[in-house]
Design a protein. Structure first.
Length: 629
């Protein structure tokens, strides 16, 4: 730009003898709108005066400015009167053509505080001012804006080397600057997106060498950024997946089409991580060839694990002998496994899309709506025994379990049902009931026969009659114990029921019975029943049950840190004064010996004056079990 300034100086200092230098015909050699305006302008009303009086340096500068293709404006004299060429006119918008021949402070009033110091530095100090992308606040299209220019402000000197004007060569760069700003902002946004993206992003060359990785990609593969930038994509790709990935990569290079693949990466710690790799090519700006590739990677390990669980569950459901089906909230069947086909006789094609009521007997049709109401309310449906109808009309006994089905948002969308065929179990229970009844009948017949033999054998004296009655009572007590075992399928009986059954011949108000719920084994049921019978018989003859105000407390509890010992206590009160017996009869021996042996514990009988006390301690797991919820 300073070269232009020097050329103006040289022209202005060149003396021509031709007196026609200042006449219009010579200037008329310049063509264009601004040449016409300058030649036709009434300069006598300005500080420049008529063209005929213009100094040689001004004429030469105008002669250079008008045909130039560069944007040029010249500010002349102390008032900085403006002259400019055709290339410059569009730059000032609606200031053209009024700005021609007017002082700059009038036409550029909004930016004068910024422009004037630049012009005076050239005019008064002879400086040349050069700047790139210089911002100016300007109003040129009816609204204010900031425009950018490359500027070169040079002095125009006369023959005495005095600066008379300022030649301004400008090039507006507003579009480029704004484009660069937009590009920079876009790059910053892209950089922020890449940095903060929930997906891993990696850029690499055609050999696989990484050139860019974001934070998430580092987290997925377990390497730091600095470590990855010295590695290749092949270094972290699982060996079994290398071939497919390389094949798709070569296809992308040949066709330009992006690809997506599910593959495994080997993390720094040696573990594998499943990802979806969406890869695309990055072309260069000249030849348009793919020079690099970008992969957007998402960790799908959890999804893969869920899919594996789903596959396993599907295999379990498919191979299960139980009937497993699911319904929506309208009782429409949505799945039906092979077990359901075998149990109910309907194929999956027949069942899916139909109502689950097709397998519900007419007398149980209220069950399904009740189940569905509980499922809708999020309530638990405990497994229960019921009947269901097969395709051939046969009813089958099943144990039905029902669970809610949730969608990904945690909403209940249906019910899952597992029906276990318990027909064989039910038949076994029926047969067991028949056999137990028959056994009970036979046991009672044996006891009756034994009782008849005892009566015939022991004679008819008063002593023999008393012995027979005692023996009869003991057999009756044993029979009542057997009745309890019948209700427990000969497996167990509840202790409270055993106590009440043994004491049933006596008034209830005479007894205080209290203790936790416990189940007794069959041998313990018989032993405790006989022992209680002997204690009650003795109390009715000599103890608390022999008088109106007498009472008996039967209390049991669990002792030990793990509640592993049973303590049962018989205590009489309100009866006659007790004295220890001089000899032990069969009843005493039965209580102390048989009961202790059967319960694998200890039995202690105390003949306190206030009343007899019998205390039993038994170990857990041998003859009793605490009932649990």
């Amino acid at each position: 730009m300073s070269e232009t300034g020097r050329s103006v100086v040289e022209l202005s200092s060149f003396k021509r003898e031709d007196s026609t230098l200042n006449i219009v015909p010579e200037l008329a050699g310049n063509t264009g709108e601004m040449a016409a305006r300058i030649f036709g302008f009434d300069w006598e009303k300005t500080s420049l005066g008529p063209r005929s009086a213009w100094p040689h340096c001004l004429v030469s500068a105008v002669d250079i400015m008008l045909p130039a293709q560069a944007e040029i404006v010249m500010f002349w004299g102390e008032d900085f009167v403006a002259l400019y060429n055709d290339a410059y006119a569009p730059t000032i918008g609606d200031k053209h053509p009024q700005a021609l021949g007017r002082p700059a402070r009038e036409s550029w009033a909004e930016m004068w505080s910024d422009l004037e110091p630049l012009l005076r530095a050239v005019l008064e100090d002879g400086k040349t001012i050069v700047a790139k992308d210089r911002p100016f606040y300007i109003e040129r299209h009816g609204y204010p804006e900031t425009a950018y220019f490359d500027i070169s402000y040079s002095p125009v000197r006369d023959s005495d080397r005095k600066v008379q004007g300022v030649l301004c060569i400008v090039n507006e760069t507003t579009k480029r600057v704004r484009s660069e700003e937009i590009l920079r902002e876009s790059e910053e946004r892209v950089s922020a997106i890449i940095s903060q993206s929930a997906a891993g992003i990696a850029q690499y060359d055609l050999d696989g060498c990484f050139s860019l990785v974001n934070r998430r990609f580092c987290e997925i593969v377990g390497y730091s950024e600095s470590e990855l930038l010295g590695m290749r994509m092949q270094d972290i790709t699982y060996s079994d997946d290398q071939h497919d990935t390389a094949r798709l990569f070569e296809t992308m290079l040949a066709t330009g089409e992006s690809f997506e693949i599910e593959q495994r990466y080997v993390r720094k710690d040696g573990s594998l991580v499943w990802v979806t790799n969406s890869a695309s090519g990055v072309r260069d700006s000249s030849a348009g060839r793919i020079r690099r590739a970008v992969s957007v990677v998402i960790d799908i390990s959890e999804r893969k694990r869920a899919q594996e669980v789903e596959r396993r569950l599907a295999a379990i459901i498919a191979s299960s002998d139980d009937a497993i089906l699911s319904t929506d909230l309208n009782m429409v069947i949505t799945s039906w496994n092979l077990g359901a086909e075998r149990l109910y006789g309907h194929s999956a094609e027949e069942a899916i899309g139909g109502s689950v009521m097709m397998v519900v007997p007419d007398d149980r049709r209220e069950e399904e709506p009740a189940i569905l109401a509980k499922i809708r309310a999020g309530q638990k449906v405990e497994p229960y025994e019921t009947k269901r109808r097969c395709k051939n009309g046969r009813l089958v006994d099943v144990l039905l379990s029902v669970s809610p089905i949730y969608d990904t948002y945690g909403r209940i969308v249906g019910a899952s049902k597992i029906a276990h065929d318990i027909s064989a179990k039910k038949e076994a229970e029926r047969l067991q009931t028949v056999l137990v009844g028959e056994l009970n009948h036979r046991v009672k017949n044996v006891l009756a026969t034994v009782m008849a033999i005892a009566r015939q054998t022991l004679g008819r004296s008063d002593v023999d009659r008393t012995s027979v009655e005692t023996f009869d009572a003991r057999l009756t007590s044993m029979a009542r114990a057997h009745d309890l075992l019948i209700h427990g399928n000969w497996e167990q009986a509840e202790l409270t029921a055993v106590v009440r059954q043994a004491l049933s011949p006596y008034p209830k108000e005479k007894f205080e019975i209290h203790g936790p719920t416990m189940q007794l084994a069959p041998r313990a049921v018989v032993s405790i029943s006989l022992a209680l019978h002997e204690l009650a018989t003795n109390a009715a003859k000599y103890g608390a049950l022999s008088v109106p105000d007498g009472r008996v407390a039967i209390v049991w509890s669990l002792e030990g840190n793990g509640s592993d010992r049973l303590r049962l206590r018989w205590q009489e009160a309100g009866g006659p004064t007790v004295t220890p017996p001089t000899r032990k009869g069969f009843g005493s021996r039965l209580i102390e010996s048989l009961l202790a042996a059967e319960l694998n514990g200890e039995v202690q009988v105390s003949y306190e004056p206030s009343g007899l006390i019998c205390e039993v301690r038994a170990a857990a797991g041998v003859s009793w079990e605490q009932a649990r919820d």
